[in-house]
Design a protein around this ligand. Structure first.
Ligand code: UDP
Length: 250
């Protein structure tokens, strides 16, 4: 095989060119970072786990008529995706108060929000990914009025579908981050990944506030058993995707 052309290396993925200029290959890494890359480490097996979880969730969202960049997965930690220009925005949806929402507003951890909250953050490491207002998004020309409305609507639809999916896995979707891109035909596509790196997921079978954490907060807060939690999420997601096959196995 000829040497692959590396297009971009990020914190969690490497992007390679393919023979088709409209398709790129995303390779998911085991590297983990938190707090704007101040904390670094490795979560063994994370690349393959997050790639598989993302594949199931992208396929599921496609079935729910949400357009995504996903094409297929040639190996456990590689995903072929439609080439898009990623908007420099993190679209965060919150159902329950956690993380920066608690730190910045004083809301107690675990408070159920009356309605889902959609927030936009500027993807800019040098500035520390600041929270943006609608007017700042327009000021910086990061999105048009129409795109902001479209992103918010899509984010809320994803929240509804993903919350239901995870609920069937006995997991609560506390909050999550989405990224979107624009393809060659000017279509807005859901991109990046959906995984325990980008979602807060609490185990409905656990009441202890530390034991219930099934996501990257285990790494951020040094709670231990990080790999176990990621593996457990993968197993539940795969079982939910394929409930009959799973029943037959037992
Ligand atoms: N998130 C992410 N990447 C980021 C920042 C946040 O995937 O660069 C996710 C995070 O995992 C959580 C949600 O977005 O599910 C909300 O994160 P928050 O703003 O609370 O920031 P944090 O407390 O994680 O720094």
């Amino acid at each position: 095989m000829p040497d692959r052309i590396l297009l971009y290396e990020g914190k969690a993925k490497i992007i390679y060119a393919t023979e088709n200029p409209e398709i790129v290959l995303a390779e998911f890494k085991d590297d983990a970072t938190a707090f704007n890359a101040l904390k670094r480490g490795t979560i063994s097996g994370k690349g393959a786990i997050n790639c598989q979880i993302s594949q199931v969730l992208f396929q599921y969202l496609e079935q729910c008529s949400i357009a995504t960049h996903w094409i297929d997965c040639p190996s456990l930690n590689q995903m072929r995706v439609k080439k898009v220009k990623i908007l420099p925005l993190e679209v965060v949806v919150r159902n329950i108060a956690a993380g920066s929402l608690c730190q910045q507003t004083g809301l107690p951890l675990g408070e159920v929000l009356v309605r889902p909250l959609v927030e936009f953050y500027y993807k800019n490491d040098a500035l520390g990914d600041p929270l943006l207002t609608r007017d700042r998004l327009l000021l910086l020309k990061l999105a048009t009025e129409n795109q902001i409305d479209q992103l918010k609507k899509l984010a809320l639809e994803c929240d509804r579908y993903l919350s239901e999916f995870f609920s069937n896995c006995n997991l609560t979707l506390v909050d999550f981050k989405l990224e979107f891109g624009i393809d060659g035909k000017s279509q807005l596509l859901l991109a990046d990944e959906i995984s325990p790196d980008t979602c807060r997921l609490w185990d409905n079978l656990e009441t202890d506030p530390q034991n219930r954490v099934m996501d990257k907060d285990r790494f951020r807060q040094d709670l231990g058993k990080v790999e176990n939690a990621y593996q457990q999420v993968l197993e539940r997601v795969l079982a939910q995707k394929n409930p009959t096959r799973n029943r037959e196995k037992k």
